[in-house]
Each structure stands twice: as C-alpha cells, then as structure tokens.
Design a protein around this ligand. Structure first.
Ligand SMILES: Cc1ncc(COP(=O)(O)O)c(C=O)c1O
Length: 373
C-alpha cells in the first residue's frame, strides 16, 4: 500500500535529476505518456497491451522511425533498427555482424566505455588500438589514428560517459566504415550520418527508456553476419523484419517516438546543441574559476557537454557536496564508480533551471567551505 504513494510525494517537490542513466526525461513526454497510459489514442487499450503485429503499434513504430530520420536528416541508404540488449550488447553485435571475412578491427581507446567495447570485441577478432589516450589517463580524445589496412571497421565512443570527454570532431577514416557508440551524446547535436557506417545508442540518456537500443546502419554493411549470430541480433534479419523479428520493446519504442517529437518541437538537434554548449559552459566556468576548489581532469577542448566530471580538491568534501546538493533537490550527482568524484549529466531534457540551481549551489559550497569563486 505504502509504496504506491511514493511517486505522488516525489512529484510535489522540485527535483533536478543529473543521473548519467537512465537520465532525465522531458516532463512533457512523461505527462503525455501518463495521459495516454490507460487508453492510447482513445482505443481503450494501453500501449503496453497493443499487439506488436497490429496496425496501431506498427504506426507508432513507423512514426518514431520517420521522426528520427527527419531529426538527423538521414539519407535513404541507412536503416534504423530498434533493438534490445542495451548498448553493451552492441559491443558483441558489431563484430558479429560486421567482420565478414576479416579477422581484425580498429578501435579507438578513450575511456571506460571504449575499453569495455574493446574487451568484448577481442572475443571475436583481433583488435588494433588505432589510437589511445590511456597514457594521459583519458584526459583527451586522440586526434591522430593509425588504422590497419586489414581492419573491417573502426570503432569509437563519441562521448565517454564515465570520464567526461567527448569528440568534437572526427578524423577521416577514408573507405573504412566508422562505427560509433553514441549512447551518451546521441541527438545532442547534428550528426552527418553519412560519415558513419553504423551508429548505435542505448536509449536511456537522450532517447529515454532503458532497454531499447537504436542502431543506424548503412545498407551495404548488412548481410555480413556470422552464421552463428542469433537471428534476433542479426542486423539484416531485423532490417528485413522492420525491427519486429520478435516482440519489440513496444512501450519503449512508443516513448522514444514521443521524445523524438519533443526534440523536433523544441527546435531539433541544432537547438539541443546550442543549449548543451551554453549549459555545459556555465558549469565548466564555475569549475575553472574556483581557484582549484573544483577540478576537471579533462582538457578544455575535449570536455563533454553531456557528462561533466569533476573532483573537489579536498576529497573529504565530496560526500558533503553530494548530500548538500541532494537536500536542494539536485540528485544523482555521484561520479561513476570507477572514476569517482562528481558527475553532472546534462542530457537534453535537463531544464535550464536545473543548471542554474547547480551552478548556484557550487558557488555557495565554495564560499561555505572557505574559498570564494
Ligand atoms: C557510452 C556508453 N556506451 C555503452 C553503455 C552501456 O549501455 P547499456 O547499459 O545500455 O548496455 C553506456 C552506459 O552508460 C554508455 O554510457
């Protein structure tokens, strides 16, 4: 009985969610989903109850796909797949689907998540580390790459969620298909899809519902899967089945479609980029003008606009910072378990007031702890 009351209690107080994932959802999308929860489009059925083979869900999926295509101005020679298994499944599915007869792939090593992708890929093929910033503790994105002529593709992580670094420009890989894990900066800026052979993104950041993974794949890369690849994880099979080879995550696809429409209504991905540039700059400014009270380990030109990672010079203040922030409604600021410190994730749905409240709190915290910003 008691737990049923919890959401109502939470909804009455102003809370800003800086979680790295699942992250903040647009309030307008949650409200619409709530309105439609029991009866979608006057049907008398919840979207949770719709058969995926019915016209209603097929229409929802089609609209979500078209909305995403329009947001990214995507050419016709790319398929959009709605898959399951999270972005981590793609660490295996990329080599399983794209190696073909090749035995080697290039990987760019930039932090926690690219290392995970590399570890998983090495179960299926040789890995050439074409570039790495491990030597400088992942404080930057490497700009010069040494690609191997025998590699099937080159894989990178566009935004390192745990380390707080991001590519703000991608070197040319020539004819070699470029594969990007865009899980934590997807739809936060315009992307020239044609530069990529494949893009994947777990949905739990800028798309919304955890569990869903969006895969954008160029047509000519289909049909290379190993025969042993499970059918539901075969890109070509899912493309041919319109992502409905088995029961898709119907409610997640519906929610993703609402988020895509919300982004379009807000002004599209160019507007998301304008906002993220401005908002991240506000927090980095507080860090950089704090006389070393706050420290960001990432070089300025490579800092993430989505996940702002920083430490306090006096580590003993970290717990106090987190509890003080939470008392002000600024929640889920704890850094990644491996990197520690503080992490403020500024996904698309973070309201400007949340960023203002955080910068305000950070300034007050320095004053209260003996250092003026
Ligand atoms: C860049 C990046 N790649 C992959 C993942 C793994 O995603 P999932 O938990 O959906 O497997 C994450 C999760 O945060 C991530 O940030």
């Amino acid at each position: 009985m008691g737990w049923l009351c919890l959401p109502e209690v939470a909804a009455t107080s102003k809370v800003f969610n800086f979680s790295a994932g699942p992250g903040v959802m647009p309030a307008a999308v949650l409200a619409q989903a709530q309105r439609e929860f029991l009866s979608w489009n006057g049907s008398g059925l919840s979207m949770l109850e719709m058969p995926f083979t019915g016209e209603e869900f097929k229409g929802v999926l089609r609209q979500a796909r078209e909305a995403l295509r329009a947001l990214l101005d995507m050419p016709d020679n790319y398929h959009i797949l709605f898959m399951q298994g999270g972005a981590s499944a793609q660490f295996s599915l990329v080599p399983l689907n794209l190696l073909g007869n090749a035995r080697l792939a290039d990987y760019i090593e930039t932090g926690y998540w690219s290392c995970k992708a590399i570890r998983e890929a090495s179960r299926y093929c040789g890995v050439n580390i074409a570039a790495s910033s491990a030597g400088t503790y992942f404080d930057r994105m490497p700009q010069s790459w040494h690609l191997d002529a025998h590699a099937a593709y080159c894989h990178l992580t566009s935004n390192e969620t745990a380390n707080g670094s991001q590519f703000h420009g991608i070197p040319n890989t020539g004819h070699l298909p470029l594969i990007a894990d865009m899980t934590s900066d997807f739809l936060s800026k315009p992307v020239n899809v044609q530069r990529y052979g494949l893009i994947y993104a777990g949905a739990q950041k800028n798309i919304g519902p955890a569990g869903l993974t969006v895969v954008i794949v160029r047509n000519d890369l289909l049909g290379r899967a190993r025969p042993s690849a499970p059918a539901v994880f075969n890109y070509q099979a899912q493309a041919e089945a319109d992502s409905m080879l088995n029961t898709p995550i119907t409610f997640a696809v519906y929610l993703a479609g609402l988020v895509f429409r919300w982004i379009a209504d807000m002004g599209g991905v160019a507007e998301m980029e304008r906002r993220s540039v401005q908002r991240s700059a506000q927090i980095y400014h507080v860090i950089d003008t704090s006389d070393g009270f706050y420290r960001c380990p990432v070089q300025s030109a490579h800092r993430s606009r989505m996940n702002i990672c920083f430490t306090l010079a006096n580590e003993g203040f970290t717990t106090r910072f987190l509890s003080g922030a939470a008392a002000q409604g600024l929640v889920n600021l704890k850094g990644h378990a491996v990197t520690g410190g503080i992490r403020a994730s500024l996904y698309n749905a973070m309201p400007d007031e949340g960023v203002a409240a955080l910068t305000d709190f950070m300034r007050r915290f320095t004053v209260e702890h003996g250092c003026h910003v």
